[in-house]
Write a protein that binds this ligand. Structure first.
Ligand code: F6P
Length: 320
C-alpha cells in the first residue's frame, strides 16, 4: 500500500490534530503518500482532498479542534453516498483510510470495510470516552480537565454565597465525563444516565451535610441523564437552599489538548498508519493501560463500554 488518506469525523475532540500528525508523519516515514479529506465522510463524497506532507502538520499539536475540519454526514448513511465516496477514493488512488472519530465515524469505517472490502483503520477520537476496545479516547482527558477547571471556579462562588450549584457536562448516552470530573472536583453528587438515581435521596444528603456545617454543594449531571435547570429547580424547592445551574456545553470540546491527549493522539496516529500500511484492516487502535492494542471494528462497535461503578460509590462515600 503506497497511498492512504485520513479524515476526522463527528464531534471534534482536542488531540485530533496530534493524531493527524501521528498518522501523516508515520506514513511518510514509511515512504507512503498521504492525503486528507476535509469535513469527514462528507468531504470524501465532495472530493475535498488536500495533500498532506510533514510540513502541513507542523505546529498543529497545540491546537484544539481539527485542522481537517469535521462533519456528521447524512449522505454517507445512504448506499448512493457510500458508492460515491468509494468512487472518489478510487479516483484519488487511495488504497486505505484512517478514520479518527467516535462511534458513528467508526461505524462508517466498518461499513466501508464490510460493504466494499475497503481497507480502514480507526482511531478513537471523542470526548465521551464511550468507545470499547480502548481505555481512553483522544479528547477525553482535555475535556475532563476543562470541565474541572470550570467546576473549581464555580465552587469558589458556591462557597461564598452558600449555594447549591448544578453543573451539566456533556455525555448524551453515558456519564464518563460526569463521573471523572465529579470525583476530581469533589462533587457532592453525580447523576449519570447509566445508574438510576433518587433526587429525594440527593436532597436528603444535602440537608444532612448542611446540618454538619457544609454550606455549599456541587452536583454534576451528565446531559443524557437530566437537565441541570430541572435538577436545580427540584433541589431548591425540596431543600429550600438557594441553587443555581450551569451548562458547560461545547466549551468542553475546545482548547489546547493536554499532554496526555497529545501523546495519546501521536501514539494512536502512528500505530494506525503502521497497521494500515502493513495490510491490517477493519480494526481500531487503542490503549490498554499503557500498551497499544488493536481490536476488530466489529468487536468495538458491538461492545458497550461501561462506567466503573466503584467511582460512583466513591463520590457518595466522599460526600459527608
Ligand atoms: O459525542 C461528542 C459530543 O460532544 C457529546 O458529548 C455531545 O452530546 C454531542 O457531541 C454534541 O453534539 P453537537 O456538536 O452536534 O451538538
Amino acid at each position: 500500500m503506497r497511498r492512504i488518506a485520513v479524515i476526522t469525523s463527528g464531534g471534534d475532540a482536542p488531540g485530533m490534530n496530534a493524531a493527524i500528525r501521528g498518522v501523516v508523519r508515520a506514513a511518510i516515514a514509511r515512504g507512503a503518500e498521504i492525503l486528507g479529506f476535509l469535513h469527514g465522510y462528507r468531504g470524501i463524497i465532495a472530493n475535498e482532498a488536500i495533500p498532506l506532507d510533514s510540513k502541513a502538520v507542523g505546529g498543529i499539536i497545540t491546537f484544539g479542534g481539527t485542522v481537517l475540519r469535521t462533519a456528521r454526514s447524512k449522505e454517507f448513511q445512504t448506499a448512493e453516498g457510500r458508492m460515491q465516496a468509494l468512487e472518489v477514493l478510487k479516483e484519488n488512488d487511495i488504497e486505505g483510510l484512517v478514520v479518527i472519530g467516535g462511534d458513528g465515524s467508526l461505524t462508517g469505517a466498518r461499513t466501508l470495510f464490510e460493504e466494499f472490502g475497503f481497507p480502514v483503520v480507526g482511531i478513537p477520537g471523542s470526548i465521551d470516552n464511550d468507545i470499547a476496545g480502548t481505555d481512553y479516547s483522544v479528547g477525553f482527558d482535555t475535556a475532563v480537565n476543562t470541565a474541572l477547571s470550570a467546576i473549581d471556579r464555580v465552587r469558589d462562588t458556591a462557597y461564598s454565597h452558600e449555594r447549591v450549584f448544578v453543573i451539566e457536562v456533556m455525555g448524551r448516552r453515558n456519564g464518563f465525563i460526569a463521573l471523572e470530573v465529579g470525583l476530581a472536583g469533589g462533587a457532592e453528587a453525580v447523576i449519570i444516565p447509566e445508574v438510576p438515581y433518587s433526587l429525594l435521596e440527593i436532597c436528603d444528603n444535602l440537608r444532612k451535610m448542611r446540618q454538619k456545617g457544609k454550606r455549599s454543594s456541587i452536583i454534576v449531571v451528565a446531559e443524557g441523564a437530566a437537565r441541570a435547570a430541572d435538577i436545580k429547580d427540584f433541589v431548591q424547592k425540596t431543600t429550600g437552599f438557594e441553587a443555581r445551574y450551569l451548562v458547560l456545553g461545547h466549551m468542553q470540546r475546545g482548547g489546547s489538548p493536554t499532554a496526555f491527549d497529545r501523546v495519546l493522539g501521536i501514539r494512536l496516529g502512528s500505530h494506525a498508519a503502521h497497521r494500515l500500511l502493513s495490510g491490517f484492516t477493519g480494526e481500531m487502535v487503542g490503549v490498554d493501560g499503557t500498551k497499544l492494542v488493536t481490536h476488530p471494528l466489529s468487536y468495538v462497535l458491538s461492545t458497550e463500554r461501561t462506567v466503573d461503578p466503584e467511582k460512583l460509590h466513591l463520590v457518595t462515600a466522599m460526600a459527608v
